[in-house]
Design a protein around this ligand. Sequence first.
Ligand SMILES: [Zn+2]
Length: 340
Amino acid sequence: MKNIVTTLEQILNIHSPSGYTINIISHIEKLFSNNKDLYLKKNNKGSLLISFSESPKLVLSGHIDTLGAMVKEIKSNGTLEITQLGGYPLTSFEGEYVTIRNSKDKLYRGTFLLNNPADHVNKNVRTEKRELDKMSIRLDELVSSKKDVEKLGINVGDFVFYDNRFEYTDTGFIKSRFLDDKACAAVMIELIKELLTTKIKFNKNVGFYFSNYEEVGHGACAGIPDSAEELLVLDMAVIGDGCNGKEDHVSICIKDSSGPYDFLVTSKLKALAQSNKIKYVTDIYPHYGSDGSAALFAGYDLRVGLIGPGVSASHGVERTHRKGLEETFKLSLSYIKSYK
Ligand SMILES: [Zn+2]
């Protein structure tokens, strides 16, 4: 666990919007592919299951896909209109630097802006509602027409990656976009490493599912092994008015927009947090669905729980604290060790 922030920074630096997760999945695969104690299974849709037995009963799940965008239209003035991958407020992405990947894997830089964005020219710059058809990417290329852009090999459907602006402060805060859910993916990677080296006995019927379509709703609709009886979802916890979440705590979610989580699982999580002196809160998330609900709606018969570190300004300029990752790690590990 001591390298958790480094692990997190590494995976944050691999762009992985929903639909383009090949690179990050192969990165995680490579971390563990030489280990004989592990079973690795890549699913047809590109997600990855790493388990300590062939048919795990307890599966921990986290998603490695993030929010992002795609080129929707090349405008006559040489800017790019986008379509969103996942749901997020445009206000918090306005002004962000981006990378556009064309189909030949060539990368271009740009900035996501309001159309006619100069304060000295457009009198409505401050009041205009931020909507997709009023915003576009200004490419860092000498282009002024659709033809110019097409000559670069940029086309409709090309992926757009937002910069994450990673920063680790000396006060322990991790500031970066896409801590949802790479914070938890990093916790899962560190958990696998811990289990590979620990001398403490644990039930080998445990697996880790790296889901790759969560932000668009169908991450864990497939890929969970049929042997699974319990799914512990690790995903960012909400922070905001009326909610209990904190950046240096792990939240145990009792209910989100899709309904209550499993009573036995949440009760056990609370008891373990208390007996292991883990800093936790219980909470209800007002606008939230997880891979747990995706699995249940897909028809899996599972007991599902949801935990994760508090993430401030989620789906925007996110921030969490190292302690939140550590508490999530500790609660997950005690859950795995207590699993019979
Ligand atoms: Zn998430």
